[in-house]
Design a protein around this ligand. Structure first.
Ligand SMILES: C[S@@+](CC[C@H](N)C(=O)[O-])C[C@H]1O[C@@H](n2cnc3c(N)ncnc32)[C@H](O)[C@@H]1O
Length: 338
């Protein structure tokens, strides 16, 4: 098996050391950590200098290459285990209906089987405009995660702020837009679902981020710092009906990421665009019927035209199913002010 680099720390610092190694891409997850006398040794991919613990060479046991579903089933042989879950940082987020009769030993088994430290269960997202998460912690009482996706870090408390894994394609798409140098107004910024990929991967020059939920603002602030883009984003706290009027004529691009409808913000979005116009990404829930017969697109275009604009449809992105027969879509419009 051979010797490999190990990061050795006192047991009470095990979690810190694991996060430290994980964040730097140094944790070798194909081997089990070792429990020593009062210390823990984490397997590393590379020996590097560090001040969090000492580095030595050690022999580690490889993790068995069985798939996670089988591991979970083997860990809980008498229970109906879920077919899917999300992993955010070191936290397993179970679906809302999973393992309802579980107890602490169940959560420990889930965490061990899926190589995580914390377990939580999804709940209905609050229907109000803040779209608060109501996730329940089952193992561990700390809900903050540092989730890496497409080279972007999202920091948030899973018990307070929603994170829709189904929107991964839209977060990636924003990072791939042809928007280098743009000035962006994000009217529903949340924790930076779209603003941060635009800053990190698309190279927009500046984002004005409107957000009214203090828990999201805390995540956004931390996320901007973690991604080293804080100096290219200003957070406007409070209702965008009050803050967006301060942004008249500044934007090349406006994001309207609110479900089920962003309609209330459409007039302000147009006002935020520069005099020569720009692109608006309109998030909406639309019925399958209105998408098939084209009425969703045509009525949206007409509404923007009544706001005094010339409108060209650039793209209609089908993000995900929201509920039966309802799709979360994003309509990209090139809007010129008349
Ligand atoms: C959760 S995001 C939706 C993100 C994205 N569409 C998704 O599903 O991943 C919407 C954000 O808009 C914020 N919000 C809603 N109404 C607002 C308003 N009038 N002014 C400022 N922020 C608002 C909410 O607090 C929330 O953080």
């Amino acid at each position: 098996m051979g010797l490999r680099p190990a990061l050795i720390v006192p047991t009470h610092r095990a979690d810190d050391a694991r996060s430290w190694a994980l964040e730097r891409g140094l944790l070798d997850t194909s081997f089990h950590p070792l429990s020593l006398d009062g210390e823990v040794a984490w397997p590393l991919t590379d020996a590097i200098q560090c001040d969090i613990g000492r580095i030595e060479k050690m022999e580690f046991q490889p993790r068995m290459a069985i798939d996670p579903h089988t591991r979970l089933q083997q860990a809980l042989p008498n229970m109906k285990t879920p077919r899917r879950w999300e992993i955010l940082d070191d936290l397993v987020l179970l679906p809302q209906d999973a393992l309802l009769d579980g107890d602490e030993s169940t959560w420990i088994a889930v965490a061990q089987a899926l190589h995580c430290q914390r377990v939580a269960r999804q709940a209905e997202i609050e229907s109000g405009p803040k779209r608060r998460s109501q996730v329940e912690m089952l193992l561990g009482n700390y809900g903050w995660v540092n989730h890496l996706e497409n080279g972007v870090r999202y920091l948030f408390d899973v018990t307070k702020v929603m994170f829709s894994s189904g929107n991964i394609t839209e977060r990636r798409r924003m990072g791939n837009t042809d928007s280098a140098g743009d000035i962006v107004v994000d009217m529903f910024a949340g924790i930076g679902y779209y603003s941060i990929p635009l800053l990190v991967n698309a190279g927009v020059s500046y984002v004005h981020a409107c957000e009214m939920n203090p828990d999201s603002i805390e995540g956004l602030t931390k996320g901007l710092s973690a991604n080293k883009v804080a100096e290219r984003c200003r957070i406007l706290r409070g209702d965008n009906q009050d803050t967006a009027p301060l942004l008249k004529g500044v934007a090349d691009r406006v994001l309207l990421g609110l479900l089920p409808s962003s309609k209330e913000a459409w007039p302000l979005a147009v006002e935020c665009l520069k005099i020569e116009g720009g692109v608006i990404h309109v998030h909406m829930n639309a019925t399958e019927e209105s998408l098939e017969d084209g009425t969703f697109v045509s009525t949206t275009v007409e509404e923007f035209e009544t706001l005094g604009c010339k409108v060209e449809v650039l793209h209609l992105e089908d993000v995900k199913s929201y509920s039966p027969h309802i799709r979360h879509v994003v309509l990209d419009l090139k809007v010129t002010k008349l």
